[in-house]
Design a protein around this ligand. Structure first.
Ligand code: ADP
Length: 733
């Protein structure tokens, strides 16, 4: 494995040394190129699952095999009926010309209700008719308005796609930045790419990069798994190294003792890694590689999914684009179109022999592109990178009920977002506290999802800065690489950026979706209505309907009960005390206990201090070089679970937590106006009037000068710690 893997890395380094190459296009008057997509046949469209015969569609989980393959004309969805039952804008057969699934002869499945994809290929490929690019900027009602201004100076590898979108929307780009404020700042990596933004919109949330690192994401998912084991079983069992090495070894040893034939495989992922960097498979804890350097020691070891769904005998994963439009209130949109990234070596279930075959087990584009078998295709349904709709189309053609798969995917996205939002709120109020002018944030995330053989979506990771590059490297001469346009990337990513901008349009009052959207019937197998009237309406009739569909608050009724940690976070934020702070000191923790009346003769304040010390010390010991002091949100949640368990012994954890929350909330009463603004700052920049106000705490102790001083010096350390790291992002992974 090592040799093979390192070879790949060397080549990759040669080709893409910094991973963040900016485009050399400063010309605001750039004309959008026009090209037509080429038609390419699928070489081998047979869908297989591991260890099964490709010709039997029944191998794909039974619940999904509803009605078998339908040919053109057989299916009501092929009739052009706009009320299609398919929730998904499945790509029409122009890329599926030679579709050749067993039993269906050469018939092509045609599914309608497909929105923009059916309406115009050139449109969906980002090739816009020049008549729509006009000098004047008018809204859909014929009124001129000033163009929205966008600072693209930090857009990095998303620059090319962003330029196309700004042009298309007739907005104004400032490629070198601008002295006066812009309406929107487009950052390539993190919130801090431009410092000192005090107004407008930024396309990154503070803390998102940190929150979505492998260890933090695993912790957040585990917290949710403890509360809601059934609901969060889409995330593989994971252990955090080095702190949970003992538990990991002990659990595996126990399992092996119980079942000597057990041969579970695990995947080890370094915490800060991306693009498959440093990832390897093991079958026994003793196979863990010793790692050098304190940072490198931190990793997640995770149960490996041994039976993924295969297409053309290859493992693949899904890259889904998700827009977090706001944290408070939580608003989530999912892009109807995504990408699928294919391995380049036929899949076999893991065995000692093949553990090191990265081209078989890892779907990362950045790795597989260096395999001799990687296929760059202009078609969306062939090659090593395809559109999600083309893959779903093939599954549908095999009789799979893709509505079911899609609703599972939506649920996965909403649940994962609910898991990460609490900590993001803490970051948000620390970076943009009430009283400090700041921008409003939104962010496009890249969800990496694997479908199992039984079509269950599994979350692999969430990318804070998914690559928005619309070109790929090509070897134009031996050893000489150039970036050339990638039609598949362009097809998907340009639409996602354009529609994100449309949804965030600060000058369009309609860009905020109607709060009266009806909650959908969120049941498996149910149609997920695509309400193009309310969600896809565009004031500019030349623009296609939105490719981003709101899923939250649309499905809030179905998922709100999961938002328990957010309620714990609201308590945490109330007791943080000093703005810009992210950690509770021991005094603030005591104040919380006292104010909520959680201490008594059986649980004295001395026990409270012991609890505080135990939890915070254990967490900082786990990270040997940690200089962070105090109790972070995850430690506070752990303490809260402990307190809930003590108080309500005979309930299950979820009920214990609900009961303790109700008790604390009743003791505290509604938040003060400043606290309220503090939580609201997660969504909106505050008015100037609020800037001079200080935070009122429920207990005088927390705002005593000594506490303030301690916290302030800690704030400074913390702020240093939170300064953006050099990140390798924006390279397709
Ligand atoms: P990175 O950020 O380095 O890309 P990922 O978590 O995305 O790390 O893992 C890289 C690749 O490894 C994924 O794209 C997927 O193909 C494979 N992979 C990751 N986790 C699992 C898992 N639990 N089971 C099976 N395959 C996995």
């Amino acid at each position: 494995m090592t040799d093979h893997y390192e070879n790949v890395k060397v080549q990759h380094g040669q080709i893409n040394p910094n991973g963040e190459e900016a485009e050399e296009e400063d010309d605001n008057e750039e004309q959008v190129p026009v090209s037509s997509p080429s038609v390419c046949a699928s070489p081998d469209p047979i869908i297989t699952t591991p260890g099964t015969d490709a010709s039997t569609s029944s191998n794909v989980g039974k619940r999904n095999c509803k009605s078998g393959v339908k040919a053109v004309g057989d299916d009501e969805n092929s009739s052009g009926n706009p009320n299609s039952n398919f929730p998904w804008p499945v790509v029409p057969p122009y890329t599926m010309k030679n579709f050749n699934s067993p039993g269906s002869g050469q018939q092509a499945l045609k599914i309608k209700g497909l929105g923009r994809i059916l309406q115009g290929e050139s449109e969906s490929n980002g090739n816009y008719p020049s008549k729509t690019i006009q000098a004047s900027c008018k809204d859909g009602f014929g009124f001129s308005r000033r163009p929205v201004t966008v600072d693209s100076s930090k857009a990095k590898t998303s620059l090319k796609a962003l330029k196309l979108c700004i042009k298309r929307l007739k907005w104004k780009e400032f490629p070198l930045g601008r002295r006066a404020p812009c309406d929107i700042y487009w950052h390539g990596v993190s919130f801090h790419d431009n410092e000192n933004i005090v107004s407008g919109l930024v396309n990154k949330f503070p803390g998102m990069v940190e929150m979505l690192r492998k260890i933090n994401l695993s912790r957040a998912m585990r917290t949710m798994q403890e509360l809601f084991p059934e609901e969060y079983n889409f995330y593989p069992r994971s252990w955090i190294l080095p702190e949970e090495y003992r538990q990991f070894s002990a659990q595996i040893r126990l399992l092996k003792e119980k079942d000597t034939t057990m041969n579970t495989t695990f995947i080890v992922k370094p915490d800060g890694g991306s693009q498959g960097d440093g990832i390897y498979l093991i079958r026994d804890p003793s196979d863990l590689k010793p790692m050098v350097g304190s940072q490198a020691k931190q990793a997640v070891v995770q149960e490996y999914i041994p039976k993924p769904l295969l297409i053309d005998k290859l493992k693949f994963d899904i890259r889904l684009y998700v827009l977090i439009k706001s944290l408070e209130p939580l608003e989530i949109y999912i892009a109807k179109e995504g990408l699928t990234r294919f391995c380049t070596e036929p899949y076999e279930e893991p065995s000692q022999k093949n553990l090191s075959h990265v081209f078989m087990h890892l779907t990362n584009y950045s790795l597989n592109v260096h395999s001799g078998n990687f296929v760059h295709s202009d078609s969306q349904s062939t090659g090593s990178k395809r559109t999600l709709s083309s893959v779903l189309y093939r599954l549908a053609a095999k009789g799979v009920d893709i509505k079911w798969v899609w609703s599972d995917i939506i649920a996965l996205v909403i649940k994962t977002s609910i898991a990460v939002v609490p900590e993001l709120k803490v970051y948000y109020q620390a970076d943009i506290p009430p009283g400090k002018p700041g921008p409003t944030c939104f962010q496009i995330l890249g969800f990496d999802i694997l479908l199992t053989k039984n079509l269950k979506p599994v979350l692999l990771e969430v990318n804070a800065s998914p690559s928005m590059r619309i070109e790929h490297e090509q070897e134009v001469a031996p050893g000489v690489f150039e970036y050339v346009p990638s039609p598949v990337d362009k097809e998907v990513k340009v639409d996602v950026i354009r529609d994100t901008l449309r949804l965030m349009d600060p000058l369009n009052k309609d860009s905020t979706p109607s709060p009266q959207l009806k909650a959908g019937e969120f049941e498996h197998g149910e149609e997920i209505p695509v309400d193009s009237e309310s969600q896809g309406r565009s004031p500019d009739e030349n623009l296609p309907s939105l490719c981003l569909k709101q899923v939250y608050p649309k499905y809030s009724k179905e998922f709100n009960y999961l938002r328990l940690v957010e309620r714990i976070t609201a308590l945490f934020i109330r007791f943080l005390g000093v703005k810009d702070n992210m950690r509770l000191g021991p005094t603030a923790f005591r104040t919380f206990i006292r104010t909520c009346k959680l201490n008594n003769s059986n649980f004295t304040m001395a026990s409270v201090d012991v609890l505080y010390i135990n939890i915070t010390r254990r967490r900082s010991c786990a990270i040997p070089d940690s200089r962070e002091a105090g109790m972070g949100l995850q430690a506070f949640v752990e303490a809260f679970f402990y307190l809930a368990g003590r108080r309500f012994k005979f309930l299950v954890l979820k009920e214990q937590v609900v009961s303790l929350l109700s008790l604390c909330e009743a003791q505290l009463g509604p938040p003060s106006s400043v606290e309220d603004r503090r939580s609201l700052s997660c969504s909106r920049a505050l008015p100037r009037a609020a800037r001079t106000q200080t935070l009122c705490l429920p207990d005088a102790q927390s705002s005593s000068p000594a506490t303030q001083r301690r916290a302030t010096s800690h704030d400074y350390r913390l702020h240093q710690k939170l300064k953006p790291r050099t990140l390798r992002t924006n390279v397709e992974n």
